[in-house]
Design a protein around this ligand. Sequence first.
Ligand SMILES: Nc1ncnc2c1ncn2[C@@H]1O[C@H](COP(=O)(O)OP(=O)(O)OP(=O)(O)O)[C@@H](O)[C@H]1O
Length: 613
Amino acid sequence: MKTIRTDESKRNDGPAETGNVDRGKALRALLAYAKPHRRTFLLVFLCSFLAISADLLQPYLIKIAIDENVLAGPEGFRTLVWIGGSFLLLAVLSFVFTFVQANLLQRAGQGIVAQLRKDLFHHISSQSMSFFDRHPIGSLVTNESSDTETISQFFTQVLVSLVRDGLMLVLVVCFMFSLDATLASYCLLLFPVIFGISIAFRKLLRSSYQRARAQLSRLIAFTAENLSGMSLIQAFHQEKEQTRQFTERNAQYLKENLREVRATVSFNRTFDMLGSISVALVVWLGGMAVLGRKLDFGILYAFINYIRLFFQPINAITQQWNTLQSTLVSAERLWRIFSVQPAVRDPQPEEAKELDPDRVQGKVDFNRIRFSYVDDLEVLHGLDLHIKPGEFIGIVGTTGAGKSSLVNLLTRFYDVNKGSVEIDGVDIRKLPLDSLHHIVGLVQQEPFLYSGTILDNVRLFREDVPREDVIRACKLVGAHPMIQRLKSGYDAKLSERGSGLSAGERQLIAFARILIFQPKILILDEATAHLDSHSEQMIQRALNYVSQGRTTIVIAHRLSTIQHADRIIVMQGGVIAEEGPHDVLMKRGGYYAELHRQSRGIAAAAGGAAGGS
Ligand SMILES: Nc1ncnc2c1ncn2[C@@H]1O[C@H](COP(=O)(O)OP(=O)(O)OP(=O)(O)O)[C@@H](O)[C@H]1O
């Protein structure tokens, strides 16, 4: 199944979340998902038709029973039994066809939405980092969960109701005219009233739904953000303030939700009222006709049944109208996401170059690169850095100097605005992303661990990597003793994001991943969180081991980590301020020496405080 394609495919990660989108296009793209299920939908409509016919014939049978048998006297008894039997048969047929229709419909509808969810997840996962800078996680969670659920209702309720109830309405009107054209004509006078009411409510229903959805998104985004920053909230005693903000958002959502419920209930009850007035009208007009012997009683009985049935599909269609409004809002939201194409993409086949991961030397060149996350706010200003194969580079600098930005460009989380980044002389924009990520390995400040076992996390769910290799890698980076202490060792299940492990332990696991996947270039963003000296030593040992034979770039927050680096790059305000080995930089007495002095001062103060406490 193909992902929704859009005409806006040339858009690069653009702000598709704002501005109007073409609702027709969004709906067409959605309907394309139903195409593979054409046959099932045809069967559904056929079953609906048969079930409706069986339902509609029932009042007609009763009319025959009353007028031609009951009122005709005792000789009609045998036919009455036949009519009773036929009535029962019609009821059974209606049950069977409705049952089959509902099952087929659910299967097709749920299948479509499962596919949509999968495509959406795939689409989101293939976006570049700038997409996630612009789209809050909470809002993406709403897209993936509740928007797709609304779309599911479109396929399992709206689509079929529009056809089934529309068909029923036409058939009911036909039956009514065949029974009594005058009474039927009076009933048709109701159509303009129904139309007027629908138009009057339409705007109100749509806007109240949109407002409720916007508040829900706001609430989910706030909750997601808070849950991921819970430790910070508690550390700064922000619970009360956050609860206050949550309560405010929650109250807004409640208010909008109630407003939506009020609008829906008023709309539905207005229709019910109209239905009751119509029945009263038919009873009055028809009753007069029966009394005046212009109409058979059986016809009046059937007519009352049909007028009830007449309102049933109208009610259902208007109910579905509400769902259709929700579907349109959800389809628009999903369409906006699907319209965004990743800013960082695989090269065109004619431009693509391959580097054999086993033969990569590991030479890295940043050639006069300029880069900004947002327009007009450049963070790297024509930076030039050339790294030899196997070189160990330490990057230091004040916060916001551009260290992470520099390595983000080597992993192609973002692309440079000007200049180029090359590996072994090949512009990385020409390398397929897959092979680039084989060549460049990353150990982040807060390595991401999945909900799964230690084994899964080290070999990243690749079953073809033997358990023994994982254990060997963990032993080499010094993670083995820590893993053995866990209850089930390598099979211990980690909680979400590995929250059961310390920052240092999570980094050790990430180091073991490097030994399994053997990238030729290693980037380490050192953990800023305070590590005790034992963990620090473990990390240092692991790094020394893992960096052997590969080009290594370490963003260091503790200068001790990179003291023995081949070269230290000192960054300041998006440019390289100084570079050279530790001793040379210290002798120069410049910015690095100053940083070093400061860090020793801080370490001494921390030591003093620890000693004093
Ligand atoms: N996703 C982003 N969107 C917009 N601006 C960003 C983004 N990430 C970083 N910046 C900005 O880019 C500049 C460089 O940030 P960067 O993270 O590269 O600095 P750093 O040297 O790694 O800092 P730190 O040591 O604090 O991690 C900063 O001014 C920062 O505010």
